[in-house]
Write a protein that binds this ligand. Structure first.
Ligand code: SAH
Ligand code: DHB
Ligand code: MG
Length: 221
């Protein structure tokens, strides 16, 4: 099925996603630097962009930058004065990302913090909440990232998690993969969290079979 998923994604991207040079150059630079091919697909990047515009996001938090591909899609959704704070542990990934962000003309919109995300999160000023949080780093830490996302949010903040299906691996309760256990714990926390209204969607496409979790922070009860 993968060949069909990929060719159908190519059709969708060809018709609707019009990537410009900055986005194409970012993917080429990531490949040239041997980054893992874990960027969101172009049609997924545009979905994140549309979500950000739907809520008129001004402040976005991204956990897991890689080469900044999703960062560019998100940053382009923001109005004048908007900000993406993006967190990356790997200095080599961050270096490629910073160049890609500069190449897209977004250096003044994106603030890249190079450290393990839990360290960066503990240092972020808490006064201004984020409008949208995209969790896409080491999945074993998803439970801790969810706690931080809630701490840094307000009523109406949207929280999105990438890679919550992983070829169906997440429905195996006996999996010894700490990433699978992290995502399962993430789902359990969300299920028990009265502050969140959440769902998840499976996706197929050029990036295989996976899924997104999407939640919104409720008005305070
Ligand atoms: N959001 C990117 C893809 C991110 S891939 C995009 O769609 O374009 C996941 C990234 O998380 C990798 O670059 C990896 O180095 C980073 N990462 C892994 N563990 C991390 C940690 N503890 N803190 C911050 N980043 C981490
Ligand atoms: C992996 C991580 C991702 O964020 C992704 O989108 C795909 C794969 C991984 O660690 O294998
Ligand atoms: Mg991902």
């Amino acid at each position: 099925m993968q060949a069909a998923w990929t060719s159908d994604d190519e059709y969708i991207v060809d018709r609707l996603v019009h990537s410009d040079d900055a986005l194409k150059n970012a993917l080429s630079a990531n490949t040239a630097a041997d980054l893992p091919p874990h960027d969101v697909a172009p049609n997924q990047g545009k979905l994140l962009h549309i979500f950000a515009r739907m809520i008129r996001a001004r402040r976005v938090l991204e956990i897991g930058t890689l080469g900044g591909y999703s960062t560019i899609w998100l940053a382009r959704a923001l109005p004048e004065g908007g900000k993406v704070v993006t967190l990356e542990a790997d200095a080599a990934h961050a270096k490629v990302a910073q160049l890609n962000i500069e190449g897209a003309g977004l250096a003044n919109v994106v603030e890249l913090h190079v450290a393990p995300a839990l360290e960066s999160l503990a240092r972020l000023p808490a006064e201004e909440p984020f409008d949208l949080v995209f969790i896409d780093a080491d999945k074993q830490n998803n439970p801790a990232y969810l706690e931080w996302a809630l701490r840094l949010s307000r009523s109406g903040t949207v929280i999105i998690g990438d890679n919550v299906v992983r070829d169906g691996a997440i429905t195996d309760p006996d999996s010894v993969d700490p990433r699978v256990q992290g995502v399962r714990r993430f789902f359990d926390m969300i299920a028990d969290e009265p502050r969140l209204t959440a769902t998840a969607l499976q996706t197929v496409g050029s990036k295989g079979w996976d899924g997104f979790m999407i939640a919104i922070v409720n008005d305070h009860v």
